[in-house]
Design a protein around this ligand. Structure first.
Ligand SMILES: Cc1cc2nc3c(=O)[nH]c(=O)nc-3n(C[C@H](O)[C@H](O)[C@H](O)COP(=O)(O)OP(=O)(O)OC[C@H]3O[C@@H](n4cnc5c(N)ncnc54)[C@H](O)[C@@H]3O)c2cc1C
Length: 264
C-alpha cells in the first residue's frame, strides 16, 4: 500500500491551522469536502492521512486526522504538478466532494489532529536531516574526484587552494549537521520533546544542501550545468528542502518561540 500525507491546501501551507477541508458526521460516517495540494505520492497512493476540520472551536483544537482510501467515491486526483526538480516523485492536487468514510477511520482522538501533526513534523524534520547526509557526502566526494582529474591551466582544478579549502569547509559543516542530528535523534528516541533541535536540523539541512550543491556545481564548470552530471540533479532536487515540510522562515519562527524571543 502506498500512503500520502494530506495536510497542505491552496490557502494553507506554512499556516497549517488555516486549512478549510471539513469532515462532518453523518450516521456512522464522516462526510468530507475540500481540497489538498502539493501531495507527494498523491497520484499513486492507495490512501491518505488527511488533516481536516471536525469542529468549530479554536484552530489548534478543532482538527482531526482521518484515513481516507483514495478510491472512495467523490475523490478526484487533479493535475500532476510540474516541478523544478524531484521528477521521480509525483506531486498531486486532491479534491474531496461528499466523500464518505466510516468514523472508525479516525486516527486517535477527534480534535487532536493538529497536535498529532505537529508531533509527526518532528520526525519528518529529523528525517530531512538524515536524508541529506549521504547526498552531502557524495556531492563533496564526487567533486573531489572530478576536479582531481580535470586539468585547467596545466594543473588539477582541485589543486587550487580556494577549491580544496572550500570543500574542506563544507565537509566540516556536514559533520556539524551530522552531530546535531545524532544528538536530536538520541533525545527523541529517549522520548524527549525535540521541537527546538529538530527545527534547527531542518533549517540547517535545507540551507547546507543548497550551499553544497551550488558550490560543488561551480567546480564542474560547464559540465555541472548538464544533465550528464549527478550534481545538476542534486542542485535541482534539493532546492525544495528549504520549503517543503516547513519553510526555513517557519523553522526560524519555531526556534525563536522555543528561545522565548518571538513577539507574542
Ligand atoms: C515538492 C513538494 C512536496 C510536498 N509534499 C507535501 C505533502 O506530501 N503533503 C503536504 O501536506 N504538503 C506537502 N508540501 C507542501 C509544503 O509543506 C508547503 O509547500 C510548505 O509548507 C510551504 O507552504 P506554501 O507552499 O503554501 O508556502 P506559503 O505558506 O505561501 O509561504 C511562502 C513563503 O513565505 C515565507 N513565509 C512563510 N511563513 C513565514 C513567516 N512566518 N515569516 C517569514 N516568512 C514566511 C517563506 O519563505 C515561504 O516559503 C510539498 C511541497 C512541495 C513543493
Amino acid at each position: 500500500m502506498v500512503a500520502c500525507l494530506g495536510v497542505s491546501e491552496p490557502v494553507a501551507g506554512s499556516d497549517v491551522a488555516n486549512i478549510k477541508t471539513r469532515a462532518k458526521k453523518k450516521g456512522d460516517d464522516y462526510v468530507i469536502n475540500g481540497s489538498k495540494t502539493w501531495i507527494t505520492n498523491g497520484h499513486q497512493a492507495d490512501w491518505t492521512c488527511l488533516l481536516v476540520n471536525t469542529g468549530d472551536g479554536p484552530a489548534h483544537k478543532n482538527k482531526s486526522l482521518i484515513c481516507v482510501p483514495l478510491d472512495s467515491e467523490g475523490v478526484t486526483r487533479g493535475r500532476r504538478i510540474d516541478k523544478l526538480g524531484m521528477y521521480c516523485s509525483d506531486t498531486a492536487e486532491l479534491f474531496f466532494e461528499d466523500v464518505r468514510v466510516p468514523q472508525s477511520n479516525l486516527i486517535g482522538q477527534e480534535g487532536a489532529g493538529f497536535f498529532y501533526q505537529m508531533l509527526q513534523f518532528q520526525e519528518e524534520r529529523l528525517f530531512v536531516g538524515a536524508g541529506v547526509l549521504l547526498p552531502l557526502d557524495m556531492m563533496i566526494a564526487d567533486t573531489i574526484e572530478y576536479t582531481k582529474n580535470r586539468k585547467v591551466f596545466g594543473k588539477s582544478v582541485l589543486d587550487n587552494q580556494v577549491v580544496h579549502f572550500r570543500l574542506a569547509e563544507l565537509q566540516t559543516e556536514v559533520e556539524l549537521l551530522r552531530s546535531l542530528l545524532y544528538r536530536a535523534t538520541a533525545l527523541y528516541v529517549q522520548g524527549q520533546d525535540v521541537t527546538r533541535l529538530a527545527s534547527m536540523v531542518k533549517l540547517k539541512a535545507g540551507r547546507l544542501v543548497r550551499e553544497v550543491s551550488d558550490a560543488c556545481l561551480q567546480y564542474y564548470g560547464g559540465m555541472g550545468f548538464t544533465s550528464d552530471m549527478p550534481i545538476s540533479r542534486y542542485y535541482r532536487d534539493t532546492r525544495v528542502l528549504s520549503i517543503a515540510g516547513g519553510a526555513d522562515e517557519v523553522m526560524l519562527g519555531i526556534i525563536s518561540k522555543c528561545m522565548g524571543s518571538l513577539p507574542k
